[in-house]
Design a protein around this ligand. Structure first.
Ligand code: NAP
Length: 252
């Protein structure tokens, strides 16, 4: 699949990995539909994509809201006339131990902390893939859906919610690759390790330092290195149903 003129939706496209992938693909001539929560951030990302050489439009949409996702997909199809790809990248962290003992009291991970991450990182991926897939079939378009999983899918301390969602996303990559191949839609995953973005910048410096020391390459990944892999997955038409691990050799 060639990137030039391909219409690709990127959720969480306003910053971090999403924006980096958008700019990388725009530089190769892709037409981007950027989806995020904040209009101003989206507009800045869209302007950066245009400066990089591709077309881009922005869509404010909460990926965890069924109605908003349906409306966003219809709008993208009507604005661009085609959809050739989706990157399910929007994600949040709400870390916490399942149980914590403090001053003789047991503190539990709250249901809302659990649910908020499942809603965005797992249900959001389901809603976007379902509605974008349906629209691609309706329009007779073929292409690729990329799910952004994480190294934490293996099970990371303090990340019950996030690990469960990212493991779910990895499994769904296999399920949907099998189900959607008949429509000419491939589904691939990327499981990044620790990458320099706003998300990792929000981690405690001590935790970040400890984590970096454990990476065989002794550094975090760069957003461009993830974007490079996304471009590869679009271009390699034999790649489907697998999750590419991009973590500098780190194993959790
Ligand atoms: P980021 O900098 O926090 O960017 C994520 C973007 O998604 C933000 O603009 C965020 O908006 C948006 N978003 C959050 N909830 C949303 C929703 N319900 N609907 C639409 N947009 C929403 O994160 P990142 O580091 O680039 O991470 C991108 C993806 O890679 C995530 O799925 C993450 O789990 C995964 N990942 C990242 C790393 C890493 O080291 N950075 C490693 C492994 C996996 P707000 O800021 O307003 O919430």
């Amino acid at each position: 699949m060639q990137l030039k003129d391909s219409v690709i939706i990127i959720t969480g496209g306003g910053q971090g990995l999403g924006r980096s992938m958008a700019e990388f693909l725009a530089a190769r001539g892709a037409r981007l539909a950027l989806v995020d929560l904040d209009q101003q951030r989206l507009d800045e990302a869209a302007a950066a994509c245009k400066a990089a050489g591709g077309d881009a439009r922005s869509y404010v949409c909460n990926v965890a809201n069924e109605e908003q996702v349906g409306d966003m997909v219809n709008q993208v199809a009507s604005d661009f006339g085609a959809i050739n790809g989706l990157i399910n990248n929007a994600g949040i962290l709400r870390d916490g131990l399942l149980l914590k003992s403090k001053d003789g009291q047991i503190q539990k991970l709250s249901l809302s902390q659990w649910q908020s991450v499942i809603d965005v990182n797992l249900t959001g991926v389901f809603l976007c893939t379902r509605d974008v897939g349906a629209k691609m079939i309706e329009l007779g378009n073929q292409g690729l859906i990329i799910n952004i999983s994480s190294i934490s899918r293996a099970g990371n301390i303090g990340q019950s919610n996030y690990s469960a969602a990212k493991a779910g996303v990895a499994a769904l990559t296999v399920v949907w690759a099998r189900e959607l191949a008949r429509f000419g839609i491939r589904v691939a995953g990327i499981a990044p390790g620790f990458i320099e973005t706003e998300m990792t910048a929000s981690m405690k410096p001590e935790a970040l330092e400890k984590m970096t020391a454990g990476i065989p390459l002794k550094r975090m990944g760069k957003p461009d290195e993830i974007a490079h892999s996304a471009a590869y997955l679009f271009e390699n038409e034999f790649y489907t149903g697998r999750v590419l691990e991009l973590d500098g050799g780190l194993r959790l």
